[in-house]
Design a protein around this ligand. Structure first.
Ligand SMILES: O=C(O)c1ccccc1NCC(=O)[C@H](O)[C@H](O)COP(=O)(O)O
Length: 241
């Protein structure tokens, strides 16, 4: 059985590494320099970094230069997320040398453009399915954007390579992942799924790792690492088996 990939998160708001609760603007806890945080995860043995420009996601500006600096400083694989919605923002994201980008709002609002870039960039494009219940949310998770399973079927038919699935109700809360949601998405697609939101403990990671045979490929971990619920070294040891 393949092992679960771990993606420690660095979410950037106003130049700082932060964690939000339910992804809501105004709930930030700050954790200092994004570059220092990313380098710390890399030193601890991470193979991936999940790097989010929250200002670009919310439409309150962007941290494009800082995000590029962090991505370029990494020797590990980088997944970039937040505000990638058109040719210019996609080109800027890919120019950082990141391994892949995560599209959210664009998949809901400009499906033709997303189909085009999936066709052009293949595995470099993942789509973030950020949900409340089974309703997708876009624009920094502030606006409803359609039904999860209808959108998933459309993206599958367009050849989307991978999905990053977040239960917004769990994100940043340390309440545990939504395993039922992950199982539901895995049952609806043959494409790999990256779980995001709510991881609170090593047991949560074990529970997500148990879904690898169903199609879960990775888990994003944010708050739990910053709150020191466990160390990244401990988490990597758990997923190594
Ligand atoms: O990824 C986005 O585009 C995004 C947009 C708006 C609010 C939050 C967003 N991402 C948050 C994350 O990707 C978190 O880093 C991740 O879900 C980790 O959650 P947790 O382990 O619960 O801290």
């Amino acid at each position: 059985m393949s092992k679960l990939e771990l993606l420690p998160a660095v979410d950037v708001r106003d130049g700082q590494a932060v964690r939000l609760v339910h992804g809501e603007s105004g709930t930030e806890t700050s954790y200092g320099s994004p570059l220092e945080a990313a380098l710390a995860w890399q030193r601890s043995g991470a193979e991936w970094l999940h790097l989010v420009d929250l200002d670009a996601a919310f439409g309150t500006g962007d941290n494009r230069e800082l995000i590029a600096e962090v991505a370029r400083a990494m020797d590990i694989k980088v997944e970039l997320s937040g505000g990638i919605r058109d040719d210019a923002s996609l080109a800027a994201a890919l120019a950082t040398g990141c391994t892949r980008v995560n599209l959210g709002t664009a998949a809901l609002e400009t499906p033709e453009w997303v189909a085009k870039v999936i066709a052009e960039h293949g595995d470099q494009i993942a789509v973030g399915l950020d949900v409340r219940g089974t309703t997708l949310r876009g624009r920094g998770w502030t606006r409803d954007g359609g039904d999860l399973y209808e959108t998933l079927a459309r993206l599958d038919s367009e050849g989307c390579a991978r999905y990053v699935v977040t239960d917004i109700a769990k994100d940043g809360t340390l309440q545990g992942p939504n395993l039922e949601l992950l199982r539901g998405v895995c049952a609806a697609t043959d494409k790999p799924v990256v779980a995001s939101g709510g991881v609170s403990s090593l047991d949560d990671l074990r529970a997500i790792a148990a879904l690898v045979p169903e199609g879960v490929e990775g888990a994003i971990v944010g708050k739990a690492l910053y709150a020191k619920a466990f160390t990244l070294e401990e988490a990597l040891a758990v997923v190594a088996g």
